[in-house]
Design a protein around this ligand. Structure first.
Ligand code: AMP
Length: 734
């Protein structure tokens, strides 16, 4: 009984926290020195008396480093809402944290990569060539980028949330899976180049296919130059993996670099390989033999000098000359201060051909009409219907295509103009330029067959999917367009009609530049208007110098690209709303620019403003735009800073005037007109009872008023903006 009463006292004391005796079940005391027993923390228990710790409930765990007073925890649930963005052979994943962190703060993420779709139908691990940025394991942020994936491959990425006790749990892993298919990509660099036979004027080379060809290799490009004389180099093309380079100087060191080309374009050059020709007095040497260098005789020196001088004087300083070697090889010489990138062809204007039919057949493949099945009409072009269908070429699998037809009763000029687009498109080969399959000219109707873009034109697609994409997805689209435009500008092609309506988008959200033509481009664009100088120009998309004095350049294409950025971020909004073309020209000339679209990352709006610099030389180049967007994609947190909403509104109001003078008599009438009548009462009750008061509304105000639907916020804000623009004819002054 003594014991009993002592225990009773103990329990009583325990409640008051001053027990010095053993603890009862459900309580513990970590060390005998502790003054009191503590209740077992959540998800733990003890059925024993005098416990020094509590045990975790089933499915709950404790890390060794967790203090005994800490609750038992469990692994987190799966991450949620994972989205992917594919860019050639890179995949960006973003997700939101798990709903249940398991009671711990140390949640991180692990990415498992599986390559699927092998003939066996099984998935296999991706292998070590895939790189994860910033890392694969222990990710703290909710995004990751995988690079160096294989092209045209199905991958499954499993994003698993883990915490400090995940490794103790026998339960199944909690992950969210994302399936993606990579796009085409350029081949990887060639890593091994070997020298073969070496003579005084020639070196034979052989090399291995790149590790990742990413497609069928169409040809190799061999660049070489005499050591330390890089400004004058020669390029040879070859379809084989070996070549003999002739016409070299004896006893001289040459640098060689090789790259491969597939339908996706050129891969990177290999590293530099250095080989030396044999001295003049030796007929030939092989790989193994080491021949002492003998000085080149004076006579040879003089001859060589004459050859070099003759070459330099031949007037081909900035261009290249083509000299056919082998039918398999093409050789080009580049000289000091070359302008074009090595190996990149220049666009040839089909107008330079006397016979336009010859241009078509030079650049486009003739397809037999019987290979094409037309399925349905998907659009209307200037020259006839645009249809979707299928193409079955002999020995190839059938695949979907778009077919543009030339309507019956065309004139010869119409036929020429129609096929002109194919002559231009056929010269391009880039993942962000619409790909030409071929033409049908030998039978009627005349057709242009291109790859099929499931989601049609970008402006319509964005309007249909208003607010549905993450910023990263939008930036991915813009990156693709910029990359296509970089290719065109490198080729020397100026588009002149770059606009979201002329971008096509496929089911993987890959954007491709389309609508190529010469004068025709602007003829068939309903947006194009006649200027005072007689040309037809899509005013809202065109740089001021192109409108004023027809100065169309890649820099004016950059201006249009800025407008496309604005269209994309605002989901297909019409640039400058319903302002007239004349007002647009005037406002832009006076230095006003479009305001930032709603929820626009500051970095993107800054890029738009850069594209709209009055001085065309100050605008960024397309390669700079591509790198800038790549940087943003790699570091998505840089997109979190939005343009300050309030500064935006005050910027917009160049001078403050009451809103809607004459346009709408009351707030109710205005809201009704934009089909937002349901908010009239809320507006009135909160003091926005006049159009003047409404002028002050910001996005935050709308949210506060309970306008939570993004679509509605957008409708109201753009209507306000539109009214203000009409009223003060003012966009953002630069
Ligand atoms: P265009 O004459 O090139 O402006 O084409 C008219 C319309 O046809 C476009 O706005 C698209 O909706 C559709 N279209 C044209 N080409 C394609 C294509 N390759 N894939 C899917 N739709 C296309």
């Amino acid at each position: 009984t003594d014991d009993q009463s002592r225990m009773n006292i103990c329990w009583k004391n325990l409640v008051s926290g001053s027990s010095l005796a053993v603890c009862r079940p459900g309580f513990f005391k970590a060390s005998p020195q502790s003054p009191s027993c503590s209740k077992c923390p959540p998800h733990s228990y003890t059925h024993e008396e005098a416990s020094t710790s509590c045990l975790c409930e089933e499915h709950y765990f404790r890390r060794e480093s967790d203090p005994p007073t800490m609750a038992c925890t469990r692994p987190p649930s799966a991450p949620r809402n994972a989205i992917s963005n594919v860019n050639e052979t890179s995949v960006f994943l973003e997700w939101i944290p798990p709903a249940d962190t398991g009671g711990r703060k140390d949640v991180s993420y692990y990415i498992a990569c599986k390559k699927c779709g092998s003939p066996s139908g099984l998935c296999e691990a991706c292998g070590s060539h895939v790189r994860y940025l910033p890392q694969q394991i222990g990710l703290k942020n909710t995004s990751v980028m995988m690079v160096d994936l294989l092209a045209h491959t199905n991958y499954t990425f499993e994003i698993e949330a883990v915490n400090g006790v995940s490794d103790q749990s026998p339960a199944a892993r909690q992950y969210v899976a994302v399936n993606v298919t990579t796009n085409q990509a350029a081949p990887s660099p060639i890593s091994i180049v070997k020298k073969g036979k070496i003579a005084k004027n020639s070196i034979s080379l052989s090399w291995q296919e790149p590790d990742r060809p990413n497609g069928i290799i169409l040809e190799y490009e061999i660049k070489y130059f005499e050591k330390d004389q890089e400004t004058s180099y020669t390029i040879i093309k070859s379809k084989k993996t070996k070549i003999t380079v002739n016409g070299l100087k004896p006893a001289s060191t040459y640098i060689f670099q090789i790259r491969a080309r597939t339908a996706a374009g050129y891969g990177g050059f290999s590293r530099r390989f250095e080989f030396e020709t044999s001295p003049v007095s030796v007929a030939a040497s092989s790989d193994q033999s080491q021949i002492p260098i003998i000085a080149v005789s004076v006579t040879v020196g003089v001859i060589l000098l004459a050859v070099v001088i003759g070459f330099l004087l031949s007037g081909r300083r900035c261009g290249y000359s083509k000299a056919k070697q082998d039918p398999e090889e093409e050789k080009m010489h580049f000289h000091n201060g070359h302008i074009k990138l090595p190996g990149l062809r220049t666009y040839i204007d089909p107008h330079t051909y006397e016979d336009p039919n010859q241009a078509v057949h030079e650049f486009a493949k003739e397809i037999e009409a019987s290979c094409i099945t037309i399925e349905r009409v998907i659009g209307a072009g200037e020259f006839g219907e645009v249809c979707s269908g299928r193409l079955k070429l002999p020995g190839k699998r059938e695949f979907p295509v778009a077919i543009k037809t030339l309507k019956v009763g065309y004139t010869e000029k119409q036929r020429r103009d129609f096929l002109g687009e194919a002559s231009i498109m056929g010269q391009f080969d880039h993942p962000n330029i619409i790909h030409l399959e071929g033409v049908v000219t030998k039978s009627k109707p005349v057709m242009i067959v291109t790859e099929y873009m499931e989601n049609g034109s970008l402006d319509t697609f964005l309007k249909k999917n208003d607010g549905q994409f993450t910023v990263i997805q939008l930036v991915g689209m813009l990156r693709g367009i910029a990359s296509g435009m970089k290719y065109l500008s490198d080729m020397g092609y100026v588009h002149r009609d770059l606009a979201a309506r002329n971008i096509l988008i496929n089911s993987n959200l890959v954007c491709k530049v389309s609508d190529f033509g010469l004068s025709r481009v602007l003829e068939d664009d309903p947006e194009a208007a006649y200027t005072t100088r007689g040309g037809k120009i899509p005013i809202r998309w065109t740089a001021p110098e192109a409108i004023a004095f027809r100065k169309f350049t890649s820099a004016s294409d950059v201006w249009s690209y800025g407008i496309v950025m604005w269209e994309v971020v605002s989901y297909g909004e019409r640039p400058y709303w319903e302002m007239t073309n004349q007002d647009v020209i005037k406002a832009v000339e006076e230095g006003y620019r479009l305001p930032n679209p709603m929820d626009c990352p500051a970095a993107l709006y800054q890029l738009m403003l850069d594209c709209w610099q009055k001085d065309r030389n100050s605008r960024p180049k397309f390669d700079e735009i591509v790198s800038m967007l790549d940087k943003l994609i790699r570091n998505p947190s840089s997109l979190k800073t939005l343009v300050n909403a309030s500064s935006r509104v005050s910027n917009l109001l160049v001078e403050h005037s009451p809103l809607g003078s004459g346009a709408y008599r009351s707030v109710g009438e205005w809201l009704e007109a934009i089909k937002m009548g349901r908010y009239t009462e809320i507006f009135m009750e909160n003091g926005y009872s006049s159009m003047d008061a409404v002028a002050q509304v910001t996005l935050e105000d709308l949210r506060r008023l309970g306008v939570t639907l993004v679509g509605h916020q957008k409708k109201i804000m753009s209507s306000l903006q539109e009214m203000k623009v009409q009223l003060v004819n003012g966009m953002v002054p630069l």
